[in-house]
Design a binder for this molecule. Structure first.
Ligand code: CP
Ligand code: NVA
Length: 309
């Protein structure tokens, strides 16, 4: 399996940590690892290595795929849930980081505050991988762009419509558009725009990012129609106001008719049916939702291998 030398020992706090060529090479690495794995070839690229998995929030996909990924790479992972370690309360983030670096070869963390990921990365001298924060979800986009690469071959110039909340997923889509040269339109209600600093930085790097407040222009001619929940983990108290603000943003299969003739539907999951989409979209022939979920495993194995060995 080929190595990307510049990624050895590096953190992945956001996709903006990567250069365009590193992102492209990581996708190639994921493809190589996936193809071999499908043939039953699973070299122990992280033999004897250990990963600490910190979860301040629930997870199905992230937890399963990091755990299975480490196992398939010949390493071992240990779950440190919030009840157990109470990060930042039982002891400081800094102290936790300086303990973990003594035992483990890498840390994967899912946190509320993005600053927790940044502090872990700053303090620990082992790679820190963001498994979702309130600001970004880079591993999800690695898997999504792997799925898009498999679907379309070429990423540059693809038209992506992200419909819904300007949340961690929207922010990560912006970072991915910078790295892959996709054309991204985000359709969100007023007041729910993505992080404007991330938008500004992306545009400064030449990315084609549009923010729209209606669905139609965003979806028309798009190759990828992507949506995510209206109420992210930690925003439960805002649920009522959010459901009202987003009421015109539900994706049904009818919207697929406006897509390009090769258009697909994507969602990072979990889905809140009756809100951002209906069940028919996820199980539609144009849906690539479950290939995305599968690709979490392959994409993250590439991230783990390239950063931890
Ligand atoms: N998409 C995703 O990150 O899923 P989980 O929250 O289940 O990990
Ligand atoms: N925006 C969602 C993504 C879940 C994978 C959340 O943060 O809850």
């Amino acid at each position: 399996m080929f190595k990307i030398d510049s990624l050895k020992g590096r953190d992945l706090t956001a996709l903006s940590d990567l250069s365009q060529s590193e992102f492209a090479e990581l996708l190639e690495s994921a493809l190589e690892i996936k193809k071999a794995s499908k043939l039953g070839i699973r070299p122990e690229l992280l033999k004897q290595k250990t990963l600490a998995m910190i979860f301040e929030k629930p997870s199905l996909r992230t937890r399963s795929t990091f755990d299975i990924g480490m196992y398939q790479l010949g390493g071992y992972s240990i779950l440190l849930d919030q009840k157990g370690i109470n990060l930042g309360v039982r002891e400081t983030i800094k102290d936790v980081a300086h303990n973990l670096e003594r035992w483990y070869d890498g840390i994967m963390a899912r946190t509320f505050a993005h600053s927790t990921i940044i502090e872990l990365a700053k303090e620990a001298d082992i790679p820190v991988i963001n498994g979702l924060s309130d600001l970004t979800h880079p591993c999800q986009l690695m898997a999504d762009y792997l799925t898009m690469k498999e679907e379309f071959g070429e990423l540059k110039g693809l038209k992506v419509a992200f419909v819904g909340d300007g949340n961690n997923m929207a922010n990560s889509h912006i970072n991915a558009a910078v790295l892959a040269g996709t054309e991204l339109t985000i359709a969100c209600p007023e007041g729910y725009e993505p992080d404007m600093e991330i938008v500004k930085n992306a545009r400064a790097q030449g990315a084609n990012i549009k923010i729209d407040h209606g669905l139609k222009d965003a979806v028309l001619g798009a190759d990828v129609l992507y949506t995510d929940v209206w109420v992210s983990m930690g925003q439960e108290e805002e649920a009522k106001a959010r459901k009202k603000a987003f009421k015109d943003y539900t994706i049904t299969p009818d919207w697929f008719e406006l897509l390009s003739d090769r258009g697909i539907f994507m969602h990072d999951l979990p889905a809140h049916y009756g809100e951002e989409c209906v069940q028919e979209t996820v199980y539609h022939e144009q849906s690539r939702v479950f290939p995305q979920a599968e690709n979490r495993l392959h994409a993250q194995k590439a991230v783990l291998y390239q950063t931890m060995s």
